[in-house]
Design a protein around this ligand. Sequence first.
Ligand code: ZN
Length: 487
Amino acid sequence: MVEDEKKKIVLDKSDFSTWYNDVVEVAGLSDKRYPVKGMNVWTPYGWKVMQAVDRILRREFDDTEHDEVQFPLLIPKTEFQKEADHIKGFDAEVYWVTHGGLNELDVPMLLRPTSETAMYPMFSLWIRSHNDLPLKTYQIVNTFRYETKMTRSFIRVREIHFFEAHTCHETFEDAEGQIREDCSIMDRLAKELCIPYLLVKRPDWDKFAGAVYTIGVDTIMPSKKTLQLGSIHQYRENFSRPYDITYEGADGEHHHVHQTTYGMSERLIGAIIGVHGDDKGIILPPKIAPIQFMIIPILAKGKVEMVTEAAKELEREIKEMGFRVKLDLRDVRPGSKHYDWEIKGVPIRVEIGPRDIENNTLVFKRRDLSTKAFIERKDLKEEAQKALDEVEKEMLSRVENIMEDGVKEVDSVYDGKDLLGTGWDGIIKTNWCGEMECAREMETQMDKTFLGYPLKDAVSGETEKKDGNCMNCGKPCDTVVMLSKSY
Ligand code: ZN
């Protein structure tokens, strides 16, 4: 019954918005029928994908000396109100808890929209001397934001699967070093997830509430609109002062710590779906695919038992090699099985039938290119690894193309309009003199908003500089900026 219902949906990526909602549903990644809008149910397959991403995050942050913690979900209003800008930034998005049972609470509490105000009162107790620094923590928890715009699975939700790292350091330079480490983590993560990304320092008017500066991690969706996947913030002493987080230095004096944060969410999955999916379904990067190999037995009449046994043996074998593998023994035609696992983005489907058993061969079908290859059974281990590597390589080359086609340099408003006239609607890279008037005019003329200042690379943390002229007024300047349409 479910099968039939699924097949009624025709996936057509040329209508991206409808396609996205449909593909999330038919791939079984999330169920949005829960009676609170924007609070979606993680279905088993979607949760496995998210857990695979979380495993990479945990590995990266554990390897860089961060410690995982878990803070309470509820934050007392009194703690939330300590940092003024932070409140301003989140006030309209907060869910409040006002009652405990039948009693009105003396101090109302809120569901964390992010955890600065939950963690920092405790950091102030934990940190005593410079020996306690750096303090590097992270947690993976649900956060809540009262979203008023239209919600969309993984992209705009009210209950967010949130990764947040919070660090404390002795000096501003130490904190800057942390931000560079964060950028390099993002670089490695993006490669494993096969997603395009840009590191862009936000303009001052668009930074995080309470931050000294914010680096946005943006991806480029097929529409060429940007989607913020995460953000990295330099707080300097903006939070350590109101929350009184101090340490005794080697000089015997008390100093406020310097802090950074790094946030990411299930938008990482939204990016993978959007960037790589096609009219056949989603395509999962091999490193996070819950099932890397799906075995589909060709059960010819009279040979059912023999093929089933051989397929089970093959499953055991592939599992022992350390890959994630499953065998589809449902009583449906092989064609339907192929169709179902194609939708779910399994990188390699493995066919085994009577003839393959006789010839000691297997058939590998790749999800990304829809190609078919005959594999000698004796070469299985090497061929299996090679197949996954090739899928990843192909996905990364697609990412490269998206990056190349997604960003174009422009010298003047005139050139910009020319470019947009061709129907291309991606990210514009240009020079800006720093005048707000020019910024507003550039935004209006290009019908895009300031994304910010692109970083030169993930390592240096420096923004890109290039001699040129302000896109709007023509004044010589070397500040490079990007403008985009964003989700
Ligand atoms: Zn100007």
